[in-house]
Design a protein around this ligand. Structure first.
Ligand code: AMP
Ligand code: ZN
Length: 472
């Protein structure tokens, strides 16, 4: 007997509608998300994108089985911003070494940051510099098929060679022409033509190619890496809204024209922006907080923020909506988590059933605010000490990448010696079991003075147990 798979619906930017998601192959579900350009710390806006596609990855694994989903998130380690940073930070090193230093340290920091935000490691994290041959192959195919040409030290994509260019963003070539600075782009057949390959000067990084020593344009990187690891056409491609045009539009143009295919990815998923006082958080505006800063310094709101608080602060809002990044939001997320940790104590998720309302909400285009509400309701039963509810809350939250700690450790951040608390709790349980109620009360009061509240409940075997919490 086969059981029906729960039906996931996703909003597809390409069709501008929400539709049931059907993978091309149920045992080989393929997701690609554009990853970071590694020249500097990632900010929490980049973190939002990482969390959104991590959640989608988790849901796909939940539905199709962990071994049947491949998630590729690339690392862009060739880019003019990287070169500039390498020259600035390591002027004494040869450029290649300086670049490697910048990209290695930044990529390692990124892995640490997004892991702290509860993101699973993608299946594959290819680097652009390790896929130059694949990019050159695509470019050669585009030239051969009449979709690209050499001019002014560049190989350019010829947008007019693709009749349906602009489908994803809904722009047509006339829109693109308006406002283009034609004089700067005199070598282009059309101002919307974009760079596939550009020549490098002797002191710039470059690779030999049929078109001279040079380096790839940004868009071709993702076309090459997604093809290599996921095939010419795959299931889902994601990124932030800012990538729809020109990045994803141009990825589609390159991949489809190089392969003569009808689609690069079947579903295009885009997350909304993280905003600060009405503006998109971005490096260029300077209105950003890095993930590292939020986790490790007191720069935002005068304190450090746990990764789970940052993660829930994102999930409280639907992924396509903008988020206003405020201390108030983080406080709210923390209050929710405190309540949930209080309710589950240190129980394990083992045997816990997934909360059906939460799974239904997630299946509906990753409706995380509704999923969070479902968990918050489940918390009521769990807080009364119902062991199935506690385990279910723990297991369900884990699907969202939350409640991954024990309550003891979660609440131990405030100068409380958790081992000492545990040993006083054991002493009190012994006293209770020996019916020495005076001693039990004395221990309860002693802990209360330290701001620790106790709650007794019975476990499945009918044994008396105690949960504790810090009254923050
Ligand atoms: P970047 O390193 O700027 O190319 O961005 C990496 C990822 O983060 C991309 O998917 C971007 O769309 C996304 N991103 C950048 N800024 C924001 C923001 N303020 N809010 C949400 N996503 C963002
Ligand atoms: Zn990309």
């Amino acid at each position: 007997m086969t059981t029906a798979k729960p039906q996931l619906s996703l909003y597809n930017t390409l069709t501008r509608s929400k539709a049931p998601f059907t993978p091309m192959d149920e045992v080989d579900v393929r997701l690609y998300a554009c990853g970071p350009t590694v020249y500097d710390f990632a900010h929490i806006g980049n973190g939002r994108a990482a969390i959104v596609f991590d959640l989608l990855f988790r849901m796909l694994r939940h539905i199709y089985g962990a071994e049947n989903v491949t998630y590729v998130r690339n690392i862009t380690d060739v880019d003019d911003k990287i070169n500039a940073r390498a020259l600035r930070d390591h002027p004494d090193l040869p450029l290649n070494e300086a670049i490697r230093k910048v990209t290695e340290t930044t990529a390692a920091q990124y892995q640490k940051d997004v892991a702290a935000l509860g993101c699973l490691e993608p299946t594959i994290q290819p680097r652009a510099t390790e896929n130059i041959a694949e990019m050159q192959k695509l470019i050669a195919s585009l030239i051969q098929r009449g979709h690209a040409y050499e001019a002014g030290g560049e190989v350019l994509f010829d947008v007019q060679s693709m009749p349906d260019y602009g489908q994803l963003s809904g722009r047509n070539l006339e829109d693109n022409l308006a406002g283009a600075r034609v004089a700067v782009d005199a070598h282009k057949k059309n101002p919307a033509d974009f760079v596939l390959w550009k020549l490098s000067s002797d002191d710039e990084p470059g690779w030999d190619s049929p078109w001279g020593r040079g380096r790839p344009g940004w868009h071709i990187e993702c076309s090459a890496m997604s093809e290599r690891y996921l095939g010419e056409t795959f299931d889902i491609h994601g990124g932030g809204l800012d990538l729809i045009f020109p990045h994803h539009e141009n990825e589609i143009a390159q991949s489809r024209c190089a392969h003569g295919s009808h689609a690069m990815a079947n579903v295009w998923v885009h997350n909304g922006f993280l905003m600060v006082e009405g503006q998109k958080m971005s490096k260029s505006l300077g209105n950003f907080f890095t993930i590292h800063q939020l986790l490790e310094t007191e720069d935002f709101g005068g304190r450090k923020w746990p990764g789970e608080v940052l993660r829930l602060a994102m999930l409280m809002t639907h992924y396509r909506e903008p988020i206003d990044f405020t201390v108030k939001r983080l406080d709210e997320a923390e209050a929710l988590l405190n309540g949930w940790y209080r309710a589950v104590g240190d129980v394990s998720a083992e045997g816990g059933l997934f909360c059906a309302d939460m799974v239904d909400a997630l299946n509906d285009d990753l409706n995380t605010p509704a999923a969070v509400r479902a968990l918050h309701e489940l918390r009521v039963e769990a807080a009364k000490g119902s062991m199935p509810a506690m385990r279910s809350l723990k297991a369900s939250a884990a699907l969202l990448g939350l409640l991954t700690d024990t309550a003891t450790r979660w609440f131990s951040g405030e100068g409380i010696e958790t081992d000492a608390v545990q040993s006083r709790i054991s002493a009190r349980l012994d006293a209770l079991n020996a019916k020495d109620f005076a001693k039990a009360d004395a221990i309860r009061n002693e802990l209360a003075e330290q701001g620790i509240a106790l709650m007794d409940y019975k476990d499945e075997a009918g044994q008396r147990q105690t949960k504790w919490e810090v009254k923050r």
